[in-house]
Design a protein around this ligand. Structure first.
Ligand SMILES: *Cc1c(COP(=O)(O)O)cnc(C)c1O
Length: 293
């Protein structure tokens, strides 16, 4: 989660109740205690107020907040921890792209899986991240910014590194413009930015003729759409960057172009989503998503 400060010195948290709900479902899954979401939000708000001087007040800057919980019982063995420590890491952060958007290149990972049905890939657990470091390093070694997690022999596109994934493309049969993201089926993290984008897309893109779809889609489909010029843009979403435009995806030894022009760093939807979300985060548009500290 992040705390944002505007020119007037007002401080806001973005959708804390949703972040706290996810913290609770993640904790509960590994037998750690849960907290009353409102009480926890109130405590974090107090911390943010105390650390107010560390929140930069320029657009794009914020105080990154990482509520964390660990079991602390000093025993070996598999069982619910008898004691736990909950703490919040806070750090000022600058804009993800100080010089504006920079489209990234992805490497599709098919030799390892991040999550599987019935697993814990939909929870924010430290255990989900450690096994992702080697595939990430492998992708970086070959010059890619992040890896793209595929699933199954169908090569379903699930998510990017630590971001949810979005594609905008024209339907093969009807030509209908669709904004597509993978469904909540246990194999993706339930991003709060993802939820915000879905909601904004329904509010602002559907009236302009777009269809917003949560469904499984495959690398084969993307490749097909790219070849036929139907793939308009792709981007990742998460609290850190809000949105991260994707230029291309390396897959099966070829490069799938995601639709940006060579001199273009972000597609129209990625650009608009970032602006719409930031407006609410910094309180330029008053909205129920933002919590005044
Ligand atoms: C945190 C995270 C996201 C993004 O979630 P937000 O709530 O939007 O920040 C996506 N995927 C993974 C694996 C994550 O850990």
């Amino acid at each position: 989660m992040k705390a944002y400060k505007n020119d007037a010195g007002e401080i806001r948290l973005f959708r804390p109740e949703k972040n706290m709900a996810r913290f609770n479902t993640s904790s509960a899954r590994i037998a750690l205690p849960t907290f009353d979401p409102e009480v926890l939000t109130g405590l974090i708000a107090k911390l943010v107020k105390l650390d107010e001087r560390f929140i930069p007040n320029q657009k794009g800057y914020s105080l990154y907040l990482r509520p964390t919980m660990i079991g602390t019982q000093a025993t070996l063995g598999v069982g619910p921890p008898g004691s736990a420590l909950m703490f919040v890491i806070a750090s000022p952060v600058g804009p993800y792209y100080p010089t504006g958007f920079k489209a990234i290149s992805l490497e599709a990972t098919d030799y390892a899986v991040r999550a599987w049905p019935g697993g814990v890939g939909d929870k924010k657990l430290g255990a989900n991240y450690a096994p992702c470091i080697v595939p990430q390093l492998e992708a970086a070694k070959r010059g890619f910014h992040q890896n793209l997690w595929l699933f199954g022999k169908e090569e379903y596109v699930t998510e990017v590194g630590t971001m949810n994934m979005w594609v905008a493309m024209k339907n093969k049969e009807t030509g209908q413009k669709e904004l597509i993201t993978a469904p909540i089926d246990g194999t993706i993290l339930e991003g709060i930015t993802r939820d915000s984008i879905l909601s904004l897309a329904k509010e602002k893109l559907v009236p302009e003729g777009w269809k917003v779809v949560e469904r499984q889609y495959t690398m084969f489909e993307l490749d097909d759409a790219a070849k036929e010029g139907r793939l308009l843009e792709a981007f990742g979403s998460g609290t850190a960057a809000v949105v991260s435009p994707v230029r291309n995806i390396s897959w099966k030894g070829k490069i799938v172009d995601c639709g940006l022009k060579p001199d273009q760093e972000a597609g129209e939807i990625a650009q608009s989503m970032k602006e719409w979300i930031e407006r609410r985060q910094y309180g330029e548009e008053e909205h129920e998503w933002s919590y005044r500290v």
